[in-house]
Design a protein around this ligand. Structure first.
Ligand SMILES: [Zn+2]
Length: 91
C-alpha cells in the first residue's frame, strides 16, 4: 500500500485508514473514535480530511450548459459584470 496520508497532528506519513500516528495517538490520548477527541484534535482531523478530499478529487471544468439559468447568469456576472456594464450586453 502506498502511503500518501499524514498524521493530522505531527504530519508523519501514515496509512490512509488513520488520522494520527501511533506516537500522537499515545501521547495525546487520541485512541478510539475521532468524534470523542478534544476540540483541537477534531479541528486538525477535519483539516486533514479536507486535505485528503482535495487530494483525491481533482477539480474539473463544468460546462456552462450543465448549469441552471440562474447559475449560468451568476457565473457570467462574475466573469463579465452586470448586464448594462458593457456595450456588448446592450440591445
Ligand atoms: Zn503524529
Amino acid at each position: 500500500m502506498r502511503i500518501r496520508s499524514r498524521c493530522c497532528v505531527c504530519e508523519k506519513p501514515i496509512a490512509d485508514s488513520f488520522w494520527v500516528c501511533a506516537d500522537c495517538g499515545c501521547n495525546f490520548r487520541l485512541a478510539g473514535s475521532w468524534a470523542a477527541w478534544p476540540d483541537w484534535a477534531r479541528e486538525l482531523r477535519n483539516a486533514e480530511q479536507r486535505r485528503r478530499r482535495r487530494r483525491d478529487n481533482t477539480p474539473y471544468p463544468i460546462p456552462l450548459g450543465y448549469l441552471s439559468v440562474g447559475g449560468r447568469a451568476a457565473i457570467e456576472r462574475i466573469f463579465y459584470g452586470d448586464p448594462g456594464d458593457s456595450d456588448a450586453s446592450e440591445g
